[in-house]
Design a protein around this ligand. Sequence first.
Ligand code: PMP
Length: 395
Amino acid sequence: MKRVNQSLFNRCHHTLQQSLCRVGQKAFTQQQQHRMLRVAARPSELVGGTPLLDMTPFLKSHTDSSNSCKLYGKMESLGPCSSVKDRLGKSMIDEAEKQGLITPGKTVLVEPTSGNTGIALAFIARERGYRCILTMPETMSLERRMMLMAMGCEVVLTPKETAVPGALAKAHELLEGLNGDGYMLQQFENPANPKVHRETTGPEIWNDTDGTIDILISGVGTGGTVTGISQFIKGCPEFNLPPLKPDLKTIAVEPQEQMLLTEAKGGEKRGEQGPHKIQGMGAGLVPNVIDLDLVDEIVAVHSDDAMATTRDLWMAGIPAGVSSGAIINASLQVCQRPENANTSKIAVCIIPSFGERYFTHPMFESIKEDAANLTKQPLPEPYDNTEFGFKTARG
Ligand code: PMP
């Protein structure tokens, strides 16, 4: 026993000496030293590694069940540019660089996107030194345009009548004009989209729940998130992934006003179909990126219910976007079901984006009006400002 301890000591001592020595000789790169200190060397290193929040108290206070299963939120809203798309921007650019498809300083990234993907691309393009042009319908909010332009992106507006297809046509035209120096990453088609969730979001959820996750609830835009996480947990022979929990129940959420996934899975549409107000979800097509075989069920949530739940989230101290409201609304329904309610099951839902980006959304209209109508209140009399080193307007 003593000898074992001694040899362990020698080994540790030796290793320690070696590392000290190597630090002395500056054998560590600056990046490695940053790693040891847990300091990100560049903005893109801040992507991923988001925490889980226990939302069971929220679940209990917003449902009838006092004894419920557990609900955890994966806080993608806490990424460096505040959405789940931060992972995607980094992954698509990393992969294209790895394959030699794009070169910093030379390639111009052109993408038809006004959403969080555009912001994530702008963010990584800035770090890596790419010129970036984003095309979007003229209806996109001023804040959105400003966010992108403040990070050095060029924004090209297209007529509102032609919506997203118009922005896509413009992007293709710009690409042609760039004579081979332009590149479109195409999030709806790009395999780097599910890949990043298979390689980062999925493992993070698995590790942080110590493999106890039973139910995954995710909204669908491109379907990259729900597909990648499910591939990692349910297993995927194509990528040499063993089944960790093949009976994971994967639930995808879509707007009730646009039930295309439900229809694709052979279900019935409910109510009036048309435009919806859940930004980031319900892209109006069944994306190529989504693997519907991995999805066990689709829950449709109406925009009005999504907005009401988003408001509840804010009032619980969780400022999240409207799609988070839709996903939580679906999660509350799922967790209340008899097969889940009084069990020790663990449900994990995705909170895709931070709420401040949605102040121009109709759900904030009344707060905006109330805020604008606030008037200043009189101060207690007498009020003397001289202790701050200057006279008040009243002298
Ligand atoms: N961004 C936002 C704001 C979303 O709400 C969602 C849906 N959860 C997504 C992105 C969807 O991600 P994906 O494109 O991976 O389906």
